[in-house]
Design a protein around this ligand. Structure first.
Ligand code: PGA
Length: 259
């Protein structure tokens, strides 16, 4: 199963993941990151940008998990813009090394295959950062997504569109379609790090980590991965049956192991 780490605050989680990325960047400056958007990964990006003086991050490569279909890439909430604003600029990355799926309707038929090809050509994702939706999605793999799925177009659930309405202006439509790395794509990454904060995520986290493996909870796919780390705050850990064991395991883990 996934290693579960329960932390006191999102900032602690951000620092732990930033440590791991710094360690990898020192070993291999061209490490390939899988980049989540949304509010959850922001503490990671902030912690990492605070460490820019220590390590050269400019040669890191990255692949975003997903993008809205038909939203102008210049829109502030397109994931192209979000990645630029939250990741590329603060970390001083080379923008040309960071890819986001192409959500342009004219190219959408081939965009999934092109993205898979680009990930393959980069040698695969080394460390994949993931958030989780209240409906159990990872990337935009909504409930029912195949565990074997690759990058493709999905229709967003009403729940996800409601959750994401906060990012859009009043009266503005949240896009209905997205292009997302598949669960099969995500499972090919070398190390999965799923983050979740706040009570609203508690049920989805418990179902993903301790529930049955089911396409109805797409994040349960992480149970199939040999190296998955789930970092949650106390609120998101609320429904975990194994919380005492996870705390004990983490408290006795040798420092050198990291996450
Ligand atoms: P959030 O979204 O980080 O904004 O909560 C998570 C997700 O939908 O994957």
């Amino acid at each position: 199963m996934a290693e579960v780490v329960i932390v006191d605050a999102p900032e602690t989680a951000g620092a732990l993941v930033a440590d791991e990325i710094v360690r990898r960047a020192r070993q291999n400056p061209e490490t390939v990151l899988g980049l989540a958007t949304g509010s959850t990964p922001l503490p990671v990006y902030r912690a990492l940008s605070a460490r820019r003086a220590e390590v050269d991050l400019s040669r890191l490569r990255g692949f975003a998990l997903d993008e809205y279909v038909g939203l102008d890439p210049a829109h502030p909430e397109s994931y192209r813009s979000v990645i630029e604003r939250e990741v590329v600029v603060p970390l001083g990355l080379d923008a040309g090394r960071i890819r986001v799926p192409d959500g342009h309707p004219a190219r959408i038929r081939d965009a999934g295959e092109a993205y898979e090809g680009a990930i393959r050509d980069a040698g695969g994702v080394d460390l994949q950062i993931l958030g989780i939706g209240t409906d159990g999605h990872i990337g935009f793999n909504e409930p029912g997504s195949s565990f074997a799925s690759l990058t493709r177009v999905k229709t967003l659930t009403a729940q996800t569109r409601r959750d994401n309405a906060r990012f859009f202006a009043v009266g503005e439509e949240v896009p209905r379609h997205c292009i997302t790395q598949g669960l099969g794509t995500i499972l090919r990454a070398g190390h999965l790090v799923l983050l979740a904060f706040g009570e609203a995520k508690a049920a989805a986290v418990a179902a993903a980590v301790e529930g049955p493996l089911t396409a109805w909870v797409p994040a349960s796919a992480i149970q199939l991965h040999p190296r998955a780390t789930v970092i949650v705050d106390e609120a998101a850990a609320r429904d975990l049956r194994g919380a005492t064991y996870y705390r004990e395991a983490w408290a006795h883990k040798p420092d050198w192991q990291g996450i």
